[in-house]
Design a binder for this molecule. Structure first.
Ligand code: ZN
Length: 297
């Protein structure tokens, strides 16, 4: 019998839910981790509850459960719909509560966005260790961003939605209207994976190295990086997600440097753009480690 507090964690994604239990964010035993496909809320959440019930039946007593969820999700404790997925294009999931099924475990439940949780984990254990202000951006099916500031995350009216900022259009890309259902050519509408496929019929990694797409997409994401540096005074900006690769990261750094025009002391105090804009160092573990950090709050 282990007397240390046991924490539960859920990384709730659009294609899969990862469940884990551990005594700390980096102490997840293989036998206490399970990947569940995201199908209907009833089936998926039923499997999630069954996972934690098995651990409880083995004598596990949860001190807290953390949920790192795809958004948009209501993270306002004062709201009557706290813990619920808000309007989402994912069929059947709008309005579904991710926290209510966990009440049976009679422990504190904390919920935040997957990207805020990833920012928290990278700030504590990964690419952002040792600095106070860390942003985590994922570029995949959509573009999401989270922020960890001095050990906490930014939440307010909703949560950061930096994927939907406006960017200056590349002159070579003016014919494309963008695919965001809300804004058309916001950043996500221009630079997410589906937006890339929509105009070039291929994923970024499949296009030739000299194809202008790399520079165009890197240019848009570099504008986001410069904005994050200016608005949040971020010391580390982590770019992850299925669209990212080394070539794209280089374009993001170059654009951010150009956009900032030497205004911020990135070289003098931040160690340069190679230190400011980086790849994740926790890889696929950032979300679940972040959820365990939330649980341990
Ligand atoms: Zn948008």
């Amino acid at each position: 019998m282990n007397s240390r507090p046991l924490y539960g964690a859920i990384e709730a994604g659009g294609t899969k839910f990862v469940c884990a239990a551990g005594y700390g964010p980096l102490e997840i035993a293989d036998s206490r981790r399970e990947v569940i496909a995201t199908t209907t809320p009833q089936v998926t959440l039923g499997a999630v509850v069954a996972f934690f019930e098995r651990i409880r039946n083995d004598g596990g007593v949860f001190a807290g459960i953390g949920v790192a969820a795809f958004g948009p999700v209501d993270v306002d404790r004062q709201s009557p719909t706290w813990g619920s997925i808000l309007a989402t294009p994912k069929p059947g999931w709008s309005g579904v509560s991710l926290t209510r099924p966990l009440e049976r475990f009679e422990c504190p439940v904390t919920i935040d966005t997957d990207v805020n949780a990833a920012a928290l984990a990278e700030a504590r254990y990964g690419a952002g260790a040792g600095v106070a202000s860390v942003a985590y951006v994922t570029v995949g099916t959509g573009i999401g961003g989270g922020v960890a500031l001095e050990g906490g995350t930014i939440r307010g009216m909703l949560h950061p939605e930096m994927g939907h900022i406006r960017v200056r259009r590349d002159p070579r890309d003016l014919a494309f209207a963008g695919i965001c259902p809300f804004h058309g050519d916001c950043l996500e509408g221009l630079a997410s994976g589906p937006a890339i496929v929509a105009r070039w019929n291929a994923r970024l990694g499949e296009l030739a190295p000299e194809h202008p797409a790399h520079e165009i997409i890197g240019g848009y994401l570099g504008q986001l990086a410069a904005t994050i540096a200016l608005v949040l005074s971020a010391q580390r900006i982590v770019f992850g997600g299925g669209v990212m690769n080394g070539r794209l990261l280089a374009h993001i750094r170059a654009t951010a440097a150009r956009e900032l025009g030497g205004y911020l002391p990135v070289e003098e105090r931040g160690g340069g753009f190679e230190r400011l804009i980086v790849e994740p160092s926790l890889g696929g573990l950032a979300g679940i480690a972040g959820a365990l950090l939330l649980a341990a709050r």
